[in-house]
Design a protein around this ligand. Sequence first.
Ligand SMILES: C[S@@+](CC[C@H](N)C(=O)[O-])C[C@H]1O[C@@H](n2cnc3c(N)ncnc32)[C@H](O)[C@@H]1O
Length: 264
Amino acid sequence: MGHDKLRKFAENETFRCLLQPSAEQVLSKGYANLTDHPVKGHWIEQMFGGHPGEIVLELGCGKGEYTLELARRNPDKNYIGVDIKGARLWRGAKTATAEGLPNVAFLRTRIEFITAFFGPGEVSEIWLTFSDPQLRASENKRLSSALFLDRYRNFLKPEGIIHLKTDSRFLFEYTRAVACVNGLPILAETTDLYGQGTPHHLPAEVREVQTFYESMFLEMGLPITYMEFRPWKEGPYLNPRDPDDFDSARWRELEGPRRSFGHQ
Ligand SMILES: C[S@@+](CC[C@H](N)C(=O)[O-])C[C@H]1O[C@@H](n2cnc3c(N)ncnc32)[C@H](O)[C@@H]1O
């Protein structure tokens, strides 16, 4: 491992806003029976120093720029950026510490383990920002699949919202199909967030705040898609049937070779 990474990992241990549980801790009883972390249900007291406010997650936050900027703009809410990469989280935690932001925390874990960290109704909103569309992998790896929605339901408020921002038309259409087959209300959607015809009622921050990957894709002139939906429902979640509900081959084909960029 490089010297710079080692230095960042050492400094990560000093950040109060960064929680880095070991995988062994979460997996002590196996994958099918994750061990709850003591912070579950207690984020406000344990990580936000009692700072009241709804909790908003950014899953796959990278260096955390989006989490940080939303937190600066909305001091009445608490933001948690989640990612597995320690060197990226270092950037976010370093900035949050330097600015003394009371409403920002970071969690280093695999998103697959997320139910071990949040209690029922503890979270109000989830942002999925430029997640890997998992073009050729099992759909269970997509962060907006039935499997993940079932995980989020364990801790999202019934009226809670998922925001999906992505350059991937494949992931956008897939998520739309998941929402449709499960009868989940879509509150806003656009296939070109910065183009004509963007829904007027979107909060300004959806366009004004950009993630690291988003700025790169915008510089390349690529359209950014956005969708907002309520994922809560009773009963099991269904996967879209291929090709009736979601034509994966067609959208994969349209996605083209550019998908390898940025998700490496
Ligand atoms: C393409 S980057 C996007 C980063 C940031 N959201 C942005 O838009 O700039 C995807 C991020 O998701 C993280 N990630 C992907 N799969 C993950 C998983 N299963 N658990 C935790 N983090 C994951 C990666 O480490 C990476 O930082």
